[in-house]
Design a protein around this ligand. Structure first.
Ligand SMILES: Cc1cc2nc3c(=O)[nH]c(=O)nc-3n(C[C@H](O)[C@H](O)[C@H](O)COP(=O)(O)OP(=O)(O)OC[C@H]3O[C@@H](n4cnc5c(N)ncnc54)[C@H](O)[C@@H]3O)c2cc1C
Length: 448
């Protein structure tokens, strides 16, 4: 009898370094590659009611799904799309096509775990109980089992974490795709269509002519950017000097949207950096890109350790008892880029027009929202969740909590946006680009 498998794609929209896909293809005779448009991803954010997935994120995701479908077709298979909750859709496919094994990547935050548990329950309720789910890890440089401590013992401070993993753990090579083709789809299985923005209740946005970013969703574009940034443009060797830039595609790697959707594997990036170090140059810039990816791992493992505490108002510092404001008008002045502080406003205009903002910008607008306006950091985090094409639950909430002073590190840092603008936008080009005016500093009493 044929063994029928199902690979459930989630935030892992790639063929390369995909342990779930490789194993499924080795073990099964017939294989269903599935992606579900889960309506809960298109509802409202948890506390403040923004569109959970806004236009830019949805566009990048849809492009990534189209690209994955093309790659699967080139391997003689196809992506089967469904609109609905995975815990309803998957058991129905299991029944109809006699699936005995489900392969998928594990997620570690609340909403995603709830879906996994609902799926396991639904499969268990099936009287035959002969379908098993196998979870894989594929989002980080290190797997949890490769760390020198258990998740519960992850150090509170990044430097301690980094020193320990650099000393005791090893980053493994990406997993090669096994075979030249994917196993056949079962007969009689058809895909549904990709939903329109309207179907997903997403308000479409016009292309903003100021958008200089070249972000196309999908593994193909992600691998192309990896090659372009590291090899063709040879930008890696100066990453540490340029990474605090603000304008254009090349001051930093811009790998984040592809990483967030799983179109690029961090191990693949690591492998390319190592090759570059062997063949071109090894310096503090080549190290620093990996250093940043270690931060990404750290935020993920910390989220796994802390569970829902990360989403509470006082985050990982419950003893702090900060009384955050939720003033709507104050928030709107921030989100619309109308605070009167040019450096803050320019960054928010960029985010609203493109779905992207530099790391320097993010630190400043997050500090401004929390430290100067005193607004609940989760208003900002949920707003970013809606807009950022690289939204990643762990990096987003981890960084927001950190800047708000309720993250891993209890130290309160305040960014002075005027000083920051002087340092990182000394000629005012960035502000001018997004605000369309030469900067006349609008001092407010906050910074007098
Ligand atoms: C308030 C706030 C919210 C953020 N929200 C997100 C988010 O939702 N998703 C996200 O991927 N990043 C987030 N970041 C981190 C960082 O700003 C982005 O990863 C980075 O700007 C993406 O651009 P890049 O790929 O060119 O980064 P590069 O500078 O080229 O860095 C390479 C990679 O390292 C990782 N990285 C770099 N800095 C960080 C960091 N501080 N934390 C975690 N990983 C990092 C990213 O995966 C990035 O792609 C946030 C930062 C702040 C301050």
């Amino acid at each position: 009898m044929n063994k029928v498998g199902l690979i459930w794609f989630r935030n892992d929209l790639r063929i390369h370094d995909n342990a779930a896909l490789s194993q499924a293809n080795q073990e099964c005779d017939l294989l269903i590659p599935l992606y579900c448009f889960d309506p809960r991803h298109y509802a409202k954010t948890h506390l403040f009611g923004f569109e959970k997935t806004g236009f830019f994120r949805a566009q990048f995701l849809i492009e990534s799904i189209q690209d994955l479908n093309q790659s699967l077709q080139s391997l003689d298979s196809a992506l089967i799309l469904r609109n609905g909750n995975p815990e309803n859709i998957i058991p129905a496919l299991v029944k109809e096509f006699g699936v005995s094994q489900i392969y998928c990547h594990k997620e570690i935050t609340h909403e995603e775990i709830n879906v996994e548990n609902a799926l396991l329950k639904a499969l268990n309720n099936d009287s035959k109980k002969n379908c098993h789910v196998q979870f894989f890890e594929g989002h980080t440089l290190y797997q949890a089992s490769e760390l020198p401590f258990s998740i519960q013992q992850i150090p509170q401070v990044f430097t301690q974490y980094r020193n320990a993993v650099e000393k005791h753990s090893k980053i493994n090579a990406p997993i090669p795709f096994a075979g030249s083709n994917l196993k056949d789809l079962p007969q009689g299985l058809a895909s549904e269509k990709i939903p329109s923005f309207q179907d997903l209740n997403i308000e479409e946005k016009q292309v903003d002519v100021r958008n200089q970013m070249n972000f196309a969703g999908g593994e193909t574009a992600g691998l192309k950017r990896l090659k372009e940034y590291i090899w063709d443009k040879d930008l890696l060797k100066t990453y540490k000097q340029t990474r605090n830039g603000l304008l254009g595609m090349d001051y930093s790697s811009k790998f984040s949207p592809w990483l967030a959707n799983g179109c690029l594997s961090p191990k693949m990036i690591y492998q390319e950096v190592q090759k570059y170090e062997r063949e071109r140059i090894k310096n503090d810039s080549t190290y620093w890109l990996i250093f940043e990816l270690l931060w990404r791992d750290f935020f993920r493992f910390t989220a796994q350790k802390q569970g829902n505490q990360l989403f509470r108002s006082n985050g990982l510092q419950p003893q702090k008892k900060i009384k955050w404001k939720t003033d709507h008008d104050l928030f709107l002045s921030w989100s619309n880029g109308e605070t009167g502080i040019p450096f803050i406003d320019a960054n928010m205009k960029e985010l609203n027009a493109t779905g992207f903002m530099s790391n320097r910008g993010r630190q400043n607008v997050a500090s401004y929202l929390t430290k100067h306006l005193g607004l609940d950091w989760r208003m900002g985090a949920e707003y970013f969740e809606s807009l950022l094409i690289d939204y990643d639950v762990c990096s987003n909430y981890g960084n927001w909590a950190y800047i708000a002073g309720v993250g891993n590190d209890p130290i309160d840092r305040i960014f002075n946006p005027h000083k920051q603008a002087d340092q990182y936008d000394s000629k005012g080009k960035y502000v001018e680009y997004w605000l369309g005016e030469s900067i006349v500093e609008k001092q407010t009493s906050l910074f007098d």
